[in-house]
Design a protein around this ligand. Structure first.
Ligand SMILES: NC(=O)c1ccc[n+]([C@@H]2O[C@H](COP(=O)([O-])OP(=O)(O)OC[C@H]3O[C@@H](n4cnc5c(N)ncnc54)[C@H](O)[C@@H]3O)[C@@H](O)[C@H]2O)c1
Length: 256
């Protein structure tokens, strides 16, 4: 008899799934038994292929989280493919492409774009996804914040501020949606070895990773696989009474 897996029967939508951490979440969620919708403004076919190796069901959909209609379309695609939607991982963000610099030299355009994607994008996706979750009698939303917000990463104030907003959004929404048995949590990873982090830190990549790892209790840089298990846990029934929380996945940089 096949062993039960933690996400058997669940249908999860992962935003920002075309590469990096989003891709890894899709792979792990499928391996844990979920049916997965990989959503991104970019092509997710490679993610679908890789996640499909785990033997489960995964489809791709184009999504721009800034556009509420696009979010509604992605939710409808999940319902068409798998009949329902009970789990969302709000992972899409402007990160890799951002310009770092002193707070007074960031541009208005980039500040607005970061807030639009990283904060309003999550609000949009939640607005689109809550109806099917209510019909299901519950669900789980995981929002991706960052150690940057809790530590106070300098020279990226737009990004740091947006990820702090994700924590507030998570807390407030958890209180609003608890009555529908929809749980809302966040995770705050430290720097992870992704293409995005390489682009974000540019020439300072190796030095930044070494410095960050040196602040951790567990002194090595994180791989995507080190983060994905926490998302699987938060979508699973093992965390059924956990809501409104931000779990640090930072190797013990912030210890509270
Ligand atoms: N990599 C890290 O070290 C790290 C640490 C902490 C938090 N995070 C967060 O984890 C997430 C993923 O990190 P990553 O390194 O894989 O980043 P990444 O920049 O490589 O990937 C982000 C993905 O989001 C997609 N995206 C951007 N704007 C979008 C939009 N409007 N609509 C739909 N999709 C959109 C991109 O196409 C891309 O595939 C981000 O939220 C990031 O802020 C990353």
């Amino acid at each position: 008899m096949a062993t039960a897996r933690p996400l058997d029967g669940k249908v999860a939508l992962v935003t920002g799934a075309a590469r990096g951490l989003g891709r890894r979440y899709c792979q792990d969620l499928v391996a844990a038994g979920a049916s997965v919708v990989a959503a991104d403004r970019d092509d997710c076919s490679e993610t679908v292929e890789l996640a499909g190796h785990a033997g489960g069901a995964v489809v791709a959909v184009r999504l721009d989280v800034v556009d509420l209609e696009s979010c509604r379309h992605a939710v409808a695609a999940a319902q068409d493919a798998f009949g329902t939607l009970d789990s969302v991982v709000n992972n899409a963000a402007l990160y890799a492409t951002l310009t770092m610099g002193p707070f007074d030299q960031l541009t208005d355009d980039e500040w607005d774009a970061v807030m639009n994607v990283n904060v309003k994008g999550i609000w949009n996706m939640c607005r689109a996804a809550v109806a099917p979750m209510r019909e299901e009698g519950g669900g789980s939303i995981v929002n991706i914040s960052s150690l940057a917000a809790v530590y106070g990463l300098p020279n990226a104030l737009h990004y740091t501020t947006s990820k702090a907003a994700v924590i507030g959004l998570t807390r407030g929404l958890a209180r609003e949606l608890g009555r529908y048995w929809i749980r809302v949590n966040a995770i705050a990873p430290s720097a992870v070895k992704t293409e995005g982090t390489r682009e974000f830190f540019g020439d300072h990549y190796e030095h930044a990773l070494d410095t960050i790892a040196g602040m951790q209790s567990l002194r090595r840089s994180l791989e995507p696989a080190d983060v994905a298990g926490t998302v699987t846990y938060l979508l699973s029934d093992a965390s059924r009474f956990v809501t409104g929380q931000t779990l640090m996945v930072d190797g013990g940089t912030v210890v509270s």
